[in-house]
Ligand binder design. Structure first.
Ligand code: 4G0
Length: 236
């Protein structure tokens, strides 16, 4: 997969995408990731990317010309052009699976108070949001999406993980897991997990996953895709 990112802050991307699984996906050629500085698509002496909104109001907007020039330069026949914005469709695992099927993504990181509406209307295929909060720019949302999509690309994770993803399809939360020591400072791992009874272990895990999902994310069991209102911290 090819992912191009258009951003005012390419330096923000050093670090998260240079480590671990995304690093390996890039090194093995499964992910071709390129960062592009929006300022490189300006022509004036001050490399201006923003301007004041017509009609007045606070803040600045990203002006259309550099974004249009960049996208027209970078896009190809099979490019999905995506704008990261708080007003976008909510990104989740189903969207990640959808994006992982594409051959080329072009992620536009908005910033300031937003972007000129003509970018949305005439250049962008879809707008995505990683959650209902406002960030200073779209770089972190872009990195979140790149990470979530990369681990779904063929051969990036082992077969074991893909089989796991498949069976759960993220409709249940993960069951509790333990590793050695079996007794850590008096905090014991559940006996059943040490028993070697594979059928019993599978049953326990399924029950735990169900219980945990019911307690923490009943919305997942209801088959909707939004958490309920409220901020109570659930106990085990
Ligand atoms: C466009 C995405 C981009 C418009 C981007 C802000 C949060 C997200 C930006 C705005 C972002 C997210 C109108 C504030 C840049 N913040 N939730 N900031 N406005 O995915």
């Amino acid at each position: 997969m090819k992912i191009d990112v258009l951003t005012l802050f390419p330096a923000m991307f050093a670090g998260p995408l240079d480590e671990s699984i995304v690093r390996r996906a890039r090194d093995t050629g499964k992910l071709d990731l390129q960062l592009h500085n929006l300022r490189d698509y300006t022509h004036d002496r001050h490399r201006t990317v923003d301007d004041r909104p017509f009609g007045g109001g606070p803040g600045m907007l990203l002006k259309p010309e550099p974004i249009f020039e960049a996208v027209e330069h970078l896009r190809g026949e099979n490019t999905r052009v995506i704008l990261l914005t708080p007003a976008g469709r909510l990104f989740n695992q189903a969207v990640a699976l959808e994006l992982a099927q594409r051959e080329h993504l072009l992620l536009i990181c908005g910033s300031y108070e937003g972007v000129d509406e003509r970018v949305r209307q005439f250049l962008v295929d879809e707008e995505l949001s990683i959650g209902d909060y406002v960030l200073t720019n779209g770089a972190l949302p872009a990195m979140v999406i790149i990470d979530a999509v990369t681990r779904l690309l063929p051969g990036v994770l082992g077969d074991e993980q893909s089989a796991h993803e498949e069976s759960f399809s993220r409709e249940r939360l993960e069951y509790p897991q333990y590793t050695r020591p079996a007794d850590f400072r008096g905090m014991k791992a559940p006996e059943v997990l040490l028993s070697g009874h594979h059928a019993e272990i599978a049953k326990w895990r399924a029950a735990q996953a169900e219980l945990r999902t019911a307690q923490r994310r009943p919305d997942l069991l209801a088959g909707t895709d939004r958490p309920p209102a409220g901020d109570e911290r659930q106990t085990e």
